[in-house]
Design a protein around this ligand. Sequence first.
Ligand code: SF4
Length: 335
Amino acid sequence: MNFTLPSIAEIKKKGIDVKTARAILELDEDTYFEQVMPLAKQLRFEAFGNEVSFCTITNAKSGACIEDCGFCAQSANYKQAPSPVYPLLTAEKILEQAKEAESIGGTEFSIVTSGRGMNKQRELDTMVDAITQIRQQTDLETCASLGLMQREDLQRLKDAGMIHYHHNIETARSYFPKVVTSHTWEEEVQTVTLAKEMGFEVCCGGIMGMGENKDQRIEFIFQLKEIDPDSIPLNFLNPRPGTPMAELHDLTPLDCLKLISVMRLAMPQKELFICGGKEVNLQQYQDLIYDAGASGAMIGNYLTTQGRSPEQELALAKKLGFKPVGPHQRAKASA
Ligand code: SF4
């Protein structure tokens, strides 16, 4: 295949274009490893030096969600999907989990809740209390992922000291209706835009391997580029029994590496975290995520699935000579 990449100087300035990104997804393994991965690795190094960030999450309120996201075991629409159901944890319990996350090497702690958004003032009070205590009692950077949000509620979290807000757009705009019908892609983007406007460091990404085609994968990546979040969590579908996507196995380990690299080459300076589904999808290539362009990973467990142990993740980072730092404090080598 006749394939040429732009120079690293050009890529650093504006990233690769859609055509080059799409071509990378078709490359054979040798060409990818010889031409693309070294460049992605170099760009990652130029932006982040030897630093990596590790995000940890707590599932602070689980299940019983009325939304119908096709990948999610927490949706009440999928009665056969096994998922724990419990109301919002107390602020003390969330603090306890934050301290545990810090003790295993986490640098950022995200409080995630199921549901369309915070639906009771009481829940928001608990969140504000939890964030205040985490800020006072740990060195963790705080983040929350609470669904679609209003300005007043986000403001209370900001006043409590929350730095990051996480909200995924999940997939390409053109494919979104095949994944979710109970809310729109535009509503997702509105929340992200609002959080950005309000000065949060915004973390926004999605999930690959949900049945979208390669053009839609590229569409999703370039829509993220347009949204311009501060960091991007990239998940690979880990199909959950009982959900409409239970039988989907769309990605090879090489596909996953290529997608990481395309993201790095399209957005050379962005934080890129590899999150849910990395173990089952990347398999033998799991240790290559940083060479492919990732600048961080989620450690510990995901929302409804288990991750690789934090010790393994930290051991890998150590072996590669990386130093874990919070993304907010990261002194970019390129700055
Ligand atoms: S992803 Fe969030 S909003 Fe969608 S079903 Fe799951 S918990 Fe509900």
